[in-house]
Design a protein around this ligand. Structure first.
Ligand SMILES: Cc1ncc(COP(=O)(O)O)c(C=O)c1O
Length: 336
């Protein structure tokens, strides 16, 4: 058994998704002539309740296109201190757009306190950068942010003149977990990026949605970032297929993560936190290296971060993988 729980980005396109990709009607998307890309963009605009949408090659590209569309050199954006745009997107907004991030503290589930947004906004003064954007994220490391919190944070920022961008790489996970439409989260924010290549199982793609004016700006920035692609409809077809077939099934990923949490919950010396399709597992410090080695030897792939390991369920994980992982953990601890 080879069970790869490192990330939901590891999924391989299913035969049916590959067939949809091969059969897609395509054109040159730089000319705006790819019907399948256009269909995907219209579909995401409708799902998010926005005027327009833009197909991007990755979440990093759609987030960066959004952030740079909202600001200019010397501006500042507020962002949760552990959010992906801040930590894992190569500081693109600073490097390419001259915009500086101002990290805001988050609680243990990635939530921001609205009062911390207010106190982080700089007074208009010749010494200060102009604070003009708040970047949110959902889910944050698997933790679902409530509709109420996202709405309150967005309202707080917008009342102070800021725009709001939501990194929704896993927003479908949040929507499925709470059984609400994606638009519940997106109606309060100005832009949202939705990834197709995470839980939804497409090989490539993220779609940015927002007002026509903002998407027009993002369109030029995407081109500058090398994201103007040609017969991208083959890739957009995977996204359309995923929207039709892989959204509701995210509940299965969440259920399997719960099953793992249940299976590991009784183990002394192991702390387990489950959040949608992710689990955060912390063994006693003296057991970390041994557990990581054991998992590797048994072909159970997790991200063995120290002190806390990450386990992610996804489209290519079934019940037999879950049972195997739980057994390997139980055996390791019972053999101590
Ligand atoms: C929360 C979040 N946002 C954005 C991204 C970036 O997506 P990509 O890897 O497609 O650039 C990721 C990637 O894992 C992510 O987890």
């Amino acid at each position: 058994m080879n069970a790869d729980f490192r990330s939901d980005t590891l999924t391989q396109a299913t035969p049916a998704m590959r067939a949809a990709m091969a059969a897609a009607d395509v054109g040159d998307d730089v000319y705006g002539e790819d019907p399948t890309v256009n269909e995907l963009q219209e579909r995401i605009a409708a799902l998010t309740g926005k005027e327009s949408a833009l197909f991007c090659t990755s979440g990093t590209q759609s987030n960066l296109s959004a952030v740079l569309s909202h600001g200019q050199r010397g501006d500042e954006y507020l962002i949760g201190e552990n959010y992906h745009i801040l930590l894992n997107e190569v500081s693109g907004a600073s490097a390419l757009g001259g915009m500086s991030p101002w990290p805001i503290k988050v609680d243990e589930t990635g939530g921001i306190d609205p009062s911390d947004v207010i106190s982080a906004i700089k007074e208009p003064d010749q010494h200060h950068p102009v604070t003009n954007l708040l970047c949110l994220e959902n889910t944050v490391n698997g933790f679902v942010q409530s509709v109420e919190l996202i709405s309150e944070l967005a309202k707080t920022a917008q009342e102070s003149g800021l725009s709001v961008h939501l990194d929704g790489a896993r927003l479908f996970n949040a929507a499925v977990a709470l059984d609400v439409p994606v638009s519940s989260f997106t109606k309060s924010v100005d832009t949202v990026s939705l990834c197709l290549s995470k839980g939804l199982g497409a090989p490539v793609g993220s779609v940015l949605a927002g007002s026509q004016e903002t998407i027009n700006k993002a369109f030029r920035i995407r081109k500058m970032l090398g994201g103007g692609t040609r017969q991208a409809g083959h890739l957009a077809a995977a996204g359309l297929y995923a929207l039709d077939h892989h959204v509701d099934r995210l509940a299965e990923d969440h259920h399997r993560a719960e099953q793992i949490a249940k299976g590991l919950s009784g183990i002394a010396g192991l702390e387990v936190n489950q959040a949608s399709n992710m689990l955060w597992v912390t063994p006693l410090p003296e057991l970390h290296a041994g557990l990581a080695k054991c998992l590797e030897e048994k072909n159970v792939k997790v991200i063995p971060w120290n002190p806390t390991m990450r386990i992610v369920t996804h489209l290519d994980i079934d019940d037999s993988h879950v049972d195997y992982l739980v057994q390997v953990f139980q055996d390791f601890f019972s053999d101590l």
